[in-house]
Design a protein around this ligand. Structure first.
Ligand code: DAH
Length: 348
């Protein structure tokens, strides 16, 4: 019996030596400690022994069981460490490897300018409204004091769809629509961004489709001073705190007086440079006090209400601000151009 026990110990050591995978260790456990394992086999012989022997062999077998258990546990720990090391080795990543770059889209420069202008006017209490791009002659011209045959219609060469329908040549019709739709004829503060269309030959400064932002404020006692104040806020916000506004007489059929607004040059500060063509001022938009005829055409009593309106060209603002010299760059989607605007969102 004692010989057998020694044999079992030796075999166990050999088996443990050979095993190199955790999952095989269980087979060894079964082989020695299982129901039909060699130790159980030995235990089953105890019953045939004398009482004296039973005690002795019983205790020897107990020791053997404990020893086998400890040896297997020790091996288990060893194998676990080995397997973990192998895993760590095989799953190692090289954090210094260059990554594959992910191309991120960015906001188009024109959208960026429109967003900026919208945010500013919303902060001054204006609403943002939209109107149709396929417009009635009535709103695009007629209500804006441009009756059929008016010479100023020629300056806005239009894409007519029928005699009465056209692609809008300006966002000003949204002024008329907003006043018309306001049944209470109460005060109005809106801006209307959108696309406009003209039969122009495309070149560096002209495009048959471009964008405009119309502004309109109607209330009692609105004056040119209010217009100037709002435009000054606009100029400072887009071109810098030190900017000033200069208003010059102009002509638009829907405003009286009509005023061209210039901003003091953001490049030279007014001394004169190539951007302002030596004048110190840059023309940025058309504006004026809403013509009494327009107010009347849209149901507002010009004796009670006055208002101002303006039309901003976002392309022009973006071209000045970002130093872009060809208006077509906004629409041709050349990635070399667009990628120059991949700066942080919200940055001015
Ligand atoms: N609609 C004009 C244009 O396309 C721009 C404009 C000028 C709009 C003066 C206005 C304004 O509202 O008051 O040239």
């Amino acid at each position: 019996m004692e010989k057998k026990i020694l044999e079992i110990k030796e075999n166990l050591l050999k088996d443990l030596e050979k095993v190199d995978l955790l999952k095989n260790l269980n087979d060894i456990k079964v082989k020695y400690l299982g129901k039909k394992g060699s130790i159980s086999e030995l235990s089953s012989c105890i019953k045939d022994l004398s009482n004296d022997q039973k005690k002795k062999v019983g205790s020897l077998l107990n020791d053997l069981k404990n020893e086998v258990n400890t040896k297997i546990e020790e091996k288990k720990k060893l194998l676990e460490i080995e397997e973990m090391n192998k895993k760590i080795e095989s799953e190692k990543i090289d954090v210094t490897l260059p990554s594959t770059s992910i191309k991120m889209g960015t906001t188009h420069p024109l959208t960026r300018i429109i967003d900026e202008i919208e945010t500013l006017f919303i902060s001054m209490g204006f609403d943002v409204v939209e109107g149709p791009e396929v417009e009635q002659d009535l709103y695009n011209f007629e209500k804006l004091n441009l009756p059929k045959g008016h010479p100023a219609r020629d300056s806005q060469d239009s894409f007519y769809i029928t005699e009465e329908m056209l692609l809008r040549t300006q966002t000003s019709p949204v002024q008329a629509r907003t006043m018309d739709a306001n049944l209470e004829k109460s005060p109005i503060r809106v801006i209307c961004p959108g696309k406009v269309y003209r039969r122009d030959d495309d070149d560096a400064t002209h495009s048959h489709q471009f964008t405009q932002i119309e502004g309109l404020m109607v209330d009692k006692n609105i004056s040119v001073a209010d217009l100037k104040g709002v435009l000054e806020m606009f100029a400072k916000n887009l071109f810098g705190e030190d900017r000033e506004i200069r208003l010059r007489p102009s002509f638009f059929p829907f405003t009286e007086p009509s005023l061209e607004a210039d901003v003091s040059c953001f490049k030279c500060g007014g001394k004169g440079c190539s951007i302002c063509k030596g004048t110190g001022w840059i023309e940025i938009l058309g504006s004026g006090m809403v013509h009494p005829n327009v107010l009347r055409n849209c149901g507002y009593d010009p004796e009670i209400y006055t208002g101002f309106a303006f039309g901003i060209g976002p392309e022009r603002v973006a071209m000045l601000k970002y130093g872009i010299n060809d208006i077509r760059s906004f629409y041709t989607n050349d990635m070399r151009f667009l990628n120059t605007f991949d700066r942080v969102e919200g940055e001015k």
